[in-house]
Design a protein around this ligand. Structure first.
Ligand code: SME
Length: 173
């Protein structure tokens, strides 16, 4: 089974936001994330909760989830969206690049990248994406956080700043 062009009933096409709308949505999401995770130490519960709250507030988060560093590769962790690839090599895709370089990757048009090498298309509906490295308390790479939109140019520095801050606050502790 793999994802097809047809979206399941529980997934909606993305809607882009202006910079001001984005900031307002992230501010609400951060309040929800902080309130729910204040007392939480379990990493999987944190990942699941961050996915859910961000996808609730940001209408261009079509696929949102974590790929966890596992035995020299990235393996899918908690996510919301259509079926994700199970394993991604560090040498492949936007996720692999974020893990290799330990730097956030912003891609405005995933179809402009070489398919199968620079980009892995788990779902053909994805058009733009951001991937943020996730560091643990020793500043070691523990995962990457991947968000896909069904429209181009959904992600920018506003997303980068908020997402890096959320992930730092809840995982580098
Ligand atoms: N976008 C990723 C693959 C993972 S899916 O989008 C869920 C990449 O090329 O790294």
């Amino acid at each position: 089974m793999s994802a097809t062009q047809e979206m399941p009933y529980f997934i909606k096409p993305s809607k882009n936001l202006s910079a001001d709308e984005k900031r307002a949505a992230y501010e609400q999401a951060v309040l929800g994330i902080d309130a729910n995770l204040m007392e939480e130490s379990n990493i999987i519960l944190k990942m699941a909760t961050i996915n859910c709250i961000l996808k609730t507030y940001l209408p261009y988060f079509y696929w949102v989830g974590f790929y966890i560093v596992n035995d020299g590769k990235l393996s899918v962790g908690p996510y919301q969206g259509t079926l994700g690839c199970l394993h991604i090599d560090f040498s492949k895709g936007v996720c692999g690049r974020a893990a290799r370089e330990e730097k956030t990757q912003l891609v405005q048009d995933v179809h402009a990248l070489d398919q199968g090498t620079a980009h892995i298309a788990c779902d053909p509906n994805s058009q733009s994406e951001i991937v943020v490295p996730v560091f643990g308390k020793n500043k070691n790479l523990i995962a990457v956080f991947d968000v896909d939109s069904t429209i181009k140019n959904s992600f920018d520095e506003v997303d980068q700043d908020f997402l890096e801050a959320i992930l730092e606050k809840h995982f580098q502790v």
